[in-house]
Design a protein around this ligand. Structure first.
Ligand code: GUN
Length: 309
């Protein structure tokens, strides 16, 4: 029997609506919440993500601005821009879009953003708060996934969760949030032996590695909840046929556009074996943006409560 879709578009829309209401409430106190997105260089995928983030935040009543710096921006120029945003009292959240161009050390610049404006929760102080379970902004994708579980009644406490991927943006913070929600958590990565065997033990399987269709049927326990964070662009028709079949609608669309997006989990195996799963696209992506809006409003409120906004 086909599993049920966890529809990120619908869930994301509900989270966005709540954030919009909270933003209006906040604006009643004198000014709207403010978000500044910093985009360095001209990576096309990053530009698309940033446009989506800015558009969604404006729709929710958040005052939102994009700060573009050229790919050859100096460390001094980027540092100065972040310092100016740190000082701007109308800006509550600062997002430095990753990855940065070669030569700019992301860790150094993430640490330059004031922790109370760190809308991604990537500042070392906020990473520490997450690790110790103290309140603070949480990375958007992992927080969005936990919020989806909460809204859709996916039980986490006491269940076995396997997270594939150990990035600072998704894998590690997701594992910590699942742990705080009382799951028994295993983190797998590129050096893990018997990956499929470990994954097949999971009640909740989360994949965030960026390798199209890495996890197949042997990695999915029948009835598992599967969250696929992967967003891989496929341009090879043979691979599309392998993953979706020779007569799929996806193949027709692939021929029209010349590419398609595939997650880290084999889409047919996921549909057949999971009880609930996030599709790609339309699963986790919209949750990330929606959570960015709630994080921005949350930071705005906290700053106002502290007398800073
Ligand atoms: N690049 C890919 N995902 C993210 C994210 O969640 N935040 C930032 N700042 N950059 C990203």
């Amino acid at each position: 029997m086909a599993g049920r879709i966890l529809d990120g578009k619908k869930i994301g829309a509900a989270i966005r609506a709540d954030a919009g209401e909270a933003a209006r409430d906040f604006a009643g106190g004198g000014r709207p919440p403010g978000l500044a997105v910093v985009l360095v260089g001209d990576d096309p995928a990053s530009a698309i993500y940033v446009r989506g983030k800015v558009r969604a935040s404006r729709k929710a009543g958040i005052r939102s601005e994009t700060h573009r710096l050229p790919a050859d921006a100096t460390a001094e120029a980027l540092g100065a821009r972040l310092d100016a945003l740190n000082e701007d009292s109308g800006v509550d959240g600062i997002l430095l879009q990753l990855p940065l161009p070669r030569g700019l050390d992301a860790g150094k610049f993430l640490a330059r953003i004031r922790p109370d404006k760190d809308v991604d929760g990537f500042h070392p102080v906020n990473v520490g708060r997450l690790a110790s379970g103290a309140p603070g902004p949480r990375p958007c994708t992992p927080a969005g996934i936990l919020e989806m579980f909460r809204r859709k009644g996916v039980e986490v406490a006491g269940r076995r969760a396997v997270v594939v991927g150990r990035s600072n943006i998704v894998g590690k913070p997701l594992a910590l949030l699942l742990l705080h929600a009382h799951a028994t958590v295993t983190i797998c990565h590129s050096r893990t032996r018997d990956l499929a065997a470990l994954c097949s033990q999971a009640d909740i399987l989360c994949a965030a590695v960026g390798r199209a269709g890495l996890l197949g049927a042997d990695a999915i326990r029948p009835g598992a909840v599967v969250v696929d964070v992967g967003m891989n662009r496929i341009v090879d028709e043979t691979r599309v046929r392998e993953l979706f079949g020779d007569r799929s609608r996806r193949l027709t669309r692939f021929r029209r556009h010349g590419y398609t997006l595939v997650g880290d989990v084999d889409p047919r195996a996921m549909r057949e074996r999971a009880s609930r799963y996030t599709p790609v696209p339309g699963g986790v992506g919209p949750l990330t943006i929606a959570t960015l809006l709630s994080n921005t409003v949350e930071l705005a409120r906290a700053r106002r409560a502290a007398g800073n906004g």
